[in-house]
Design a protein around this ligand. Structure first.
Ligand SMILES: [Zn+2]
Length: 142
């Protein structure tokens, strides 16, 4: 095992599992993650502006206007991270990349979430049954 690097843009050596969550599949951490850690990179293949406009698919991530990646590739574990209105992570990008950072200390076994943003929410979450995050979900399910 190589020495852990602590560069700001180098994800830590965390282990994950993909599991069932209220919003479908979700990404869970098997390790405790302390606040402010770089957790994982959201990777994808670049898509043209036309494709980004046409598809506006669930895994498209606009890095900045005119530059979008499609994260729907097997190597991209971060695509399983669900939206939450009170998330434990945030997505931040230097230049052409996106990394997921912890906003708080996250206990082992927790699901990772970040706020997908208002535009995505209005386009993809609201019209499809609404938000199912812990904050929005009714306490008792019928
Ligand atoms: Zn919500």
């Amino acid at each position: 095992m190589a020495t852990k690097r602590r560069s700001k843009y180098t994800p830590g050596d965390f282990k994950f599992r993909v599991g069932r969550s209220a919003s479908g599949k979700g990404l869970f951490t098997l390790d405790m993650i302390s606040k402010g850690s770089c957790i994982i990179e959201y990777i994808g293949k670049p898509v043209s502006e036309e494709v980004a406009k046409r598809d506006s698919g669930k895994y498209l991530f606009e890095l900045f206007p005119g530059k979008t990646i499609d994260g729907n590739i097997p190597q991209n574990l971060a695509r399983y991270i669900n939206h939450a209105c009170a998330p434990n992570c945030e997505a931040l990008g230097p230049r052409n990349r996106v990394f997921i950072y912890s906003l708080k200390n996250i206990p082992a076994g927790s699901e990772l979430t970040y706020d997908y943003g208002e535009e995505f929410f209005n386009k993809h979450i609201q019209p499809h049954g609404g938000c199912k995050c812990d904050t929005c979900r009714p306490q008792r399910l019928g």
